[in-house]
Ligand binder design. Structure first.
Ligand code: ADP
Ligand code: MG
Length: 698
């Protein structure tokens, strides 16, 4: 099919060169329709629009240079490298290659003219580029440079930047043809003009192909008007969808869950601890909401380890006391299984059923569980997002609990809420998050969701002592692990890689596990990563939880919510590459019992100034709110990826923390739209949250 035949609303497969395989990869990025490509925005940019004189280069910048090879020789230092000195009359720099073959070496002979692109670093003699992209050019016939800044898109395995660039070029051509009106401006000019915000189409065109004179710095900080235009609209879409949902909820009916408290009392009696004041307060707030005859929509916010699960269990029991079901949905299999274990232990003692539904459950087992979910009105159902798939029918869902909500889109939450509809009744919703955000920000961002905060950790927790160590001292760290394990402690070793490639990350973890097993012969080592068979991974996790394993080598799959209180030492490799929020989440896996815990942040030198500061923050505090605050202050250019990964909600361009100063404007704009342009509300929500349907129905 020809590209123009489809239009922006057509599936991506209507574009030239998109077959089923490519379509599947695009889908992984959330790109289904051609218009989605336009909202798949670059993470960063490269400037290949001009050749920079070598004399004008600055360290740490990326640049195109062109020059003549003066010397090329192999250097034998700590690592063998090919050093090529390149000069252009304004200065000289070295190109350094650690991997090179004979042909390549011969091609880089004295007198050859090269055009290179790469990151400039300070080397021992002059500036250097390590493994730049390069090609040999004809000095007489100037090679063209790029006409716009080069966008670098978020991508996934097997999908190259070049392919994304070609596809966005096609989508932009359709945008310019301006045929179907699906990207019309929905924001009134009266709102945009005072802030100097351009049109939607203009903004998209600009961000995909910024002209050469654009300041990359502005784009990196999200301050360019074209970005602001999109940020405002996205924040608006989220706010409107929550406003609409809340309005609808207020009109809806929910089963009033005013139980006699017998199950809750029995549950509390068998707990080996008493609730903290904060847990009591949150539970009371929740109980009050549940007793009402319209649906609760409450956010339970509490730092890692604050004990949200127990509060969730109490809420669930309130539903069961009234002959209703409670569902708890977790973002990963690992977490869902952990909830399953906890609830089974807690509710099993009360002779109450806990049903388990994951996406991996197939065939007869699945249909049996589905039948029970459809029949047993007094049960807790635990699972992943499999809970809101089409064929799942709840007998009587009174309460939907969503854990670690930042991992889910608003749309998925709404889908689960929609699930429980039974006649005119809707379930109550409890949303739990460990993302420590200042209360005011939470209120604005979540469009005045009711919020309960666990601002207190269970007693006897000892703050995790954190040290920052260069990875050249690995041996010392390994010795420390051996000692900890001899003392009866359990240890996590977290392998991180910032690269998109999950395969590579799993490989690294596998290699590390083998190395550590070799170095620590008495120690029982296990491995968990995202690519393992479930059975193996579950077995490894269960062994670790039951202390049959001493050292668990893992990828960042352990980031969210895993709870093994006896684990009291964590090593995080390449800690300098992670954002503060993620480090805090990871570190939250230790310090969960009454044992004194330690965290070792291994870094690979050299550290940038920013990385150094971030690691210092981690060493100085374990307070999630303080860390979030410092994160906000430290976050600077180039942090887009990190902040978005740790983002509060799944947003494409907006970042609630970075863009918080726009929230008052967005709130005002939302009211104006609701009052004056009600017909635009739905299109705006659909444009940014294409799956957020159903909220208006019923
Ligand atoms: P999170 O808020 O991160 O989800 P969890 O619910 O996993 O935290 O609880 C962390 C650990 O603290 C669990 O082992 C849990 O049993 C324990 N815990 C929860 N509440 C208390 C309490 N009041 N006193 C002691 N330990 C508690
Ligand atoms: Mg949790």
């Amino acid at each position: 099919m020809h590209a123009a035949a489809g239009g922006l609303a057509a599936p991506v497969a209507s574009l030239v060169g998109v077959g089923p395989r490519l379509a599947e990869r695009l889908q992984r990025l959330g790109v289904r329709r051609v218009a989605d490509l336009l909202f798949h925005l670059p993470l960063r940019y490269q400037d290949r629009t001009r050749v920079v004189p070598i004399g004008a280069l600055r360290a740490e910048a990326e640049a195109v240079v062109q020059g003549t090879v003066e010397i090329a020789q192999v250097q034998f230092g700590r690592r063998r490298s090919l050093m090529v000195r390149l000069a252009d009359g304004t200065g000289a720099l070295y190109l350094r290659f650690f991997h090179f073959n004979k042909t390549q070496q011969e091609g880089l002979a004295r007198g050859v003219v090269l055009r290179c692109y790469g990151e400039v670093r300070r080397g021992p003699y002059t500036l250097e580029m390590v493994h730049p992209e390069y090609r040999i050019v004809d000095a007489g016939a100037p090679a063209p440079v790029e006409e716009t800044l080069t966008p670098i898109y978020p991508t996934t395995e097997g999908l190259h930047q070049l392919a994304l660039r070609k596809l966005t070029t096609q989508a932009l051509a359709l945008l310019d043809a301006g045929s179907d009106g699906s990207l019309d401006d929905l924001l009134p000019r009266g709102l945009c003009d005072p802030l100097g915000l351009p049109t939607l189409a203009g903004s998209l065109r600009f961000l995909h192909r910024p002209p050469p004179d654009t300041k990359i710095g502005d784009l990196e900080t999200g301050r360019h008007p074209a970005q602001k235009r999109l940020i405002v609209e996205e924040l608006l879409a989220h706010r409107l969808s929550l406003r609409v949902l809340r309005q609808a909820l207020g009109r809806r009916r929910a089963p009033p869950l005013r139980g006699d408290g017998r199950l809750r009392a029995a549950f509390l009696r068998q707990l080996p601890f008493t609730l903290t004041k904060a847990q009591q307060r949150a539970s009371e707030e929740i109980a009050r909401d549940l007793a009402a005859d319209h649906p609760m929509l409450r956010l339970l916010q509490g730092d890692v380890g604050a004990g949200k699960t127990v509060v969730a269990a109490l809420a669930a029991l309130a539903a069961l006391e009234c002959g209703c079901q409670a569902a708890i949905m977790a973002p990963t299999e690992l977490l869902a299984e952990q909830h399953q274990r906890n609830f089974e232990r807690w509710l099993g003692a009360l002779q109450l059923p806990v049903l388990w539904l994951s996406g991996k459950l197939k065939g007869k087992a699945r249909s049996e569980v589905l039948a029970r979910i459809a029949a047993e009105t007094r049960a807790v159902v635990v699972g992943t997002h499999a809970l809101f798939q089409g064929d799942v029918r709840f007998a009587r869902l009174g309460l939907a609990i969503i854990d670690e909500q930042h991992r889910f889109g608003v749309d998925q939450r709404l889908a689960l809420a929609g699930k429980g509809r039974r006649d005119a009744e809707h379930p109550h919703q409890l949303i739990m998050t460990a993302t420590p955000i200042p209360r005011t920000l939470a209120m604005t961002a979540y469009a005045d969701l009711d919020t309960s905060v666990l601002d207190e950790l269970p007693p006897n927790r000892q703050p995790v002592a954190t040290v920052v160590i260069a990875d050249t001292k690995r041996d010392q760290v390994v010795a420390r692990i051996a000692e900890a394990i001899r003392g009866g402690r359990q240890v996590y070793w977290v392998c991180t890689l910032i690269e998109e490639s999950e395969t590579l990350q799993c490989q690294t973890a596998t290699d590390t596990a083998a190395l550590l097993a070799g170095a620590l012969s008495e120690v029982r080592v296990a491995l968990v990563h995202g690519r393992m068979k479930d059975r193996e991974r579950d077995a490894a996790m269960a062994d670790f939880a039951n202390a049959r394993i001493d050292l668990l080598v893992a990828t960042t799959v352990v980031e969210v919510g895993v709870d093994v209180p006896n684990a009291s030492l964590m090593i995080i490799e390449n800690a300098e590459r992670l954002g503060l929020a993620q480090l805090h989440q990871l570190r939250g896996r230790v310090g969960r019992g009454s044992v004194k815990s330690d965290c070792v942040l291994l870094y690979h030198a050299p550290l940038s100034a920013l990385a150094r500061e971030r690691l210092a923050v981690m060493r100085e505090t374990t307070d999630g709110f303080l860390i979030a605050q410092r994160d906000l202050e430290l976050r600077g250019p180039g942090e887009l990826l990190g902040s978005r990964q740790a983002g509060l909600a799944q947003m494409r361009i907006a970042d609630l923390v970075r863009d918080s100063e726009m929230l008052p404007f967005v709130a005002k704009a939302a009211e104006q739209l609701l009052a004056q342009y009600p017909e635009r509300i739905d299109p705006i929500i659909r444009r940014w949250l294409p799956d957020a349907l159903h909220y208006g129905s019923g």
